[in-house]
Design a protein around this ligand. Sequence first.
Ligand SMILES: [Zn+2]
Length: 98
Amino acid sequence: MAKAVKQPVKKQRPRTCVGCGEESPKRTLLRIVRSPEGEVRYDPTGKANGRGAYLCADPSCVAAAKKKKSLSRALKAEVPESLYDELTALCAEKGGEA
Ligand SMILES: [Zn+2]
């Protein structure tokens, strides 16, 4: 049993929305990251260190993630109420483009 897992060439993994469970092209998703310090926040760069989770830029997905606590589960951290508000506001911004 080899324990050392060699990381193969990094492939673009599909990003799954924790709200609706559907895969989407990354650019349409909001990335939420839990920093190594344990802070949960929206990651506008998509490159912040830490554990990430993704949500469609859709208020219904934000609401679903909140209701099901799927975002908290994905990040293994408490998600502050204010972050959901922030994400919902971001959806309104991003949704305008579509
Ligand atoms: Zn979604």
